[in-house]
Design a protein around this ligand. Structure first.
Ligand code: F0G
Length: 427
């Protein structure tokens, strides 16, 4: 162990590197974990220790990420770039629970983060570390949300941001954020997987700091979704946590964080983790159900553009976490995603399409008998409804190719006189 309280360790070959070494992968090509030495702090940590920071004024304590900094990255408050993130709501909606077939179903809305997706939790840590390392240029490939988050945090930290996106395949809510926050936005004539390869090569060659979730510090920040969810539940462990899977960083982070909480004795058991993929972008589902290694999907396709990913970077970490929690992987169709989304939206919660794989997947797992109707289940909604308003309007106007607006609430056009208007009020 170095003087730092963490080191980097390869997921494949277990080679160790110093905690601040600038590298995206192990020399063997494997991805890296941040491995903490909790020995100096373990005795002082308790759930009450984290609870007493709730309601604090210091930004580092108010952030739903840095409130847990001993478990994430022990930076000092003046090293931290924060908005502050987290403190997202946990919703209980009878309408959605009925739709899914559960009595006890709650949704944690990560779209309530500063740039309206869960990515901010990882980005605050990634950018803070970039600052500590003296980096001035940062980059990512993105299906949209990472680019919005990177652009905002880089602007706040005074760094130059480069974002690579698949041309025509990201929702406007996200593209507009990247442009507005001043990132150099490069649209690739290819998909996310190609953009990811290009940006990794670019960062290696140019010494630009890579802030995709291959960066293990991003993963550390995203662990806080699980920490905060447990804190919301008064540290009572649910039976299941359900969330979407794309590049697979988020579920890797959730599993890693919960495992560490259990190792530290802050929880007594692990929840089971269910990762839900879109049918057209399902390499984890295929690997899980066949027991084989990753076979990338050559041309991933789904209306949930956030998870339109065929070659996920965190495949190994993800599978490790699912197996450790006795978890499962499910897949859902675009129709199932948008019908579930209509329920989430009509409950007044609202989320973007990829988020609603959570609800569609939970429904399917209940129907299959994998999740019992009396079990306590929490789902993660990953992005805000307004990220992708084109898809919302398309669904409610029943104009989306290959999708039926089963729960559509179309706008009504009416002549501008009271008699005509009243016809639509008294029905
Ligand atoms: N939900 C949303 C709204 C996302 O934006 C993403 C990923 C995911 C789920 C999947 O999370 O990749 O950790 O498995 N979006 C990335 C991006 C890829 O570039 O914004 P994951």
């Amino acid at each position: 162990m170095t003087a730092l309280a963490w080191k980097l360790t390869c997921v494949d070959c277990a080679t160790d590197y110093p905690g601040l070494e600038l590298r995206n992968r192990c020399q063997c090509g494997g991805t890296l974990d941040v491995v903490h030495d909790f020995s100096a702090v373990a005795d002082s940590l308790s759930t009450a220790y984290f609870d007493q920071r709730l309601g604090a004024r210091l930004p580092a304590d108010r952030s739903g990420v840095w409130r847990f900094r001993e478990l994430i990255l022990p930076l000092s408050p003046d090293e931290i770039v924060t908005k502050p993130e987290g403190n997202t709501n946990l919703y209980r909606a009878a309408r959605v629970a009925d739709y899914v077939g559960l009595d006890d179903f709650q949704l944690k809305h990560e779209g309530e983060n500063p740039t309206a997706s869960f990515k901010d939790r990882g980005m605050t840590v990634g950018i803070s570390l970039a600052k500590k390392l003296g980096m001035t240029r940062v980059a990512c490939a993105s299906t949209g949300n990472t680019s919005a988050s990177l652009a905002a945090y880089a602007a706040q930290a005074g760094m130059k941001a480069y974002v690579f996106i698949p041309e025509g395949k990201i929702a406007y809510g996200k593209l507009s954020q990247a442009l507005a926050y001043g990132a150099r936005t490069i649209q690739i004539a290819g998909d996310f997987d190609r953009a990811m390869q290009l940006v990794e090569a670019l960062c290696d060659q140019e010494g630009i700091y890579l802030l995709n979730s291959i960066n293990p510090f991003r993963i550390e920040g995203q662990k806080a979704i699980g920490f905060e969810l447990l804190q919301d539940l008064n540290w009572e462990v649910p039976d299941w946590i359900v969330l979407p899977g794309g590049n697979l960083g988020n579920n890797s982070a959730l599993s890693k964080g919960l495992y560490e909480l259990k190792e530290l004795g802050l929880i007594d058991r692990l929840p089971r983790i269910a990762v839900i993929q879109a049918e057209g972008a399902n390499p984890l589902y295929t690997a899980y159900t066949t027991g084989r290694d990753l076979v990338p999907v050559a041309q991933a396709e789904t209306i949930a553009t956030a998870i339109r990913i065929g070659n996920p970077v965190s495949f190994q970490k993800s599978m490790r976490g699912i197996l450790a929690s006795d978890g499962i992987v499910e897949q859902v169709s675009d129709q199932e995603i948008l019908d579930a989304k209509a329920q989430v939206d009509a409950a007044g919660i609202g989320a973007e399409p990829a988020s609603c794989t959570t609800v569609a997947g939970a429904k399917k797992l209940v129907a299959r008998g994998v999740i019992g109707p009396k079990q306590r289940v929490c789902g993660i909604l990953t992005g805000h409804l307004l990220k992708d308003s084109d898809t919302v309007v398309g669904y409610h106007r029943d104009e989306l190719a290959g999708i039926k607006g089963n729960y559509a609430n179309p706008p009504i056009s009416v002549a501008a006189n009271l008699a005509e208007v009243l016809k639509h009020i008294r029905d």
